[in-house]
Design a protein around this ligand. Structure first.
Ligand SMILES: [Zn+2]
Ligand SMILES: [Zn+2]
Length: 297
């Protein structure tokens, strides 16, 4: 089965292994292309971002892999760039480090009175504390801020790919905080989709919640993908891999779901440009002889 994946972490951030281990696994699995997207460095400490002084080694190591394996796979250099108002901009990081692409993600959606940033996808207790302290337990205000930040990112710091659009649902198990069918929630999501469309971004369909058993659906949920399909928003399937085993986890069922929604093509970075390629649950429908012609040199 031929796949691609542009959302992958490694030892430079919170992944488990050297970049080469992911590249080798991608070759074993007949991937057409693999993109590295470590968490971008931030001007404060956290448990998962790359350290600022590691980034040159990260870039060099991936550059070496591009050359070492160029007859077998296309390797791309990216970052999962945080958007934090005034502190971290996906588009600026892309040009600063001359990246092939950037995934823009919002992981922080508030600030505690002492200046500490609040992570929306940390542990449950941290989520509850932030919701209470920063938003007075007003979930609507919290979620609206989250989606407003994503729209600000898309409109002013435009990334190539919008990362895990509805990740804030991670703590909403059994709809404890809200229902995705609430009108106000759907309005926030739909206006964010319109912003994605207007700014020419690709929406990622991220399988990590499924195989880590945190969610039964992709990020974003199926109903959001149905709206995205109506709006003709391009999608790309990613796994947000942290371990080499995870590079195509839950891809088959998620590709089947996307076909069921109506999507027949996904957008991949191949031969140096974003292209719309047909797919089904068995992978990308690309003529392998063509692939070999291109990749053999
Ligand atoms: Zn993320
Ligand atoms: Zn990630």
């Amino acid at each position: 089965m031929i796949w691609t994946n542009y959302h992958g972490h490694c030892k430079y951030c919170d992944g488990n292994f050297a970049p080469e281990e992911y590249a080798k696994r991608a070759i074993d699995k007949d991937f057409l292309a693999y993109g590295f997207s470590s968490h971008s460095p931030l001007p404060f400490d956290n448990a998962w971002s790359m350290k600022e002084d590691s980034i040159q080694n990260y870039l060099q190591e991936i550059e070496l892999l591009k050359g070492r394996y160029h007859t077998k796979i296309e390797i791309y250099t990216g970052l999962e760039a945080d958007y934090i108002e005034g502190l971290s901009s996906p588009s600026k990081l892309k040009s600063k480090y001359n990246l092939d692409y950037v995934i823009g993600s919002v992981h922080y959606a508030g600030v505690y009175p002492d200046g500490t940033r609040w992570e929306i996808d940390g542990d449950t207790r941290g989520f509850q504390t932030g919701l209470r302290t920063i938003y007075g337990n007003n979930i609507k205000k919290c979620i609206s801020t989250y989606y407003r930040l994503i729209r600000d990112m898309i409109e002013m710091h435009t990334p190539d790919i919008v990362g895990h659009l509805d990740k804030i649902k991670i703590h909403n198990i059994d709809n404890v905080y809200f229902s995705e069918f609430d009108r106000w929630y759907q309005n926030e999501v739909i206006s964010t989709l319109k912003s994605i469309k207007a700014n020419g971004c690709i929406l990622e369909v991220n399988t990590r919640g499924i195989y880590t058993r945190k969610n039964w659906q992709t990020y974003p949920s199926r109903w959001i993908l149905e709206k995205a399909y109506e709006l003709k928003i391009p999608v790309t399937l990613t796994s947000d891999a942290h371990h080499p085993e995870e590079i195509n986890m839950a891809f088959e069922r998620s590709a089947a779901m996307l076909n069921d929604v109506g999507y027949r093509r996904m957008t991949i970075l191949w031969q140096g440009k974003w292209q719309n390629v047909p797919f089904d649950q068995k992978g990308l429908k690309i003529d392998v002889s063509n692939k070999d012609t291109k990749l053999a040199s």
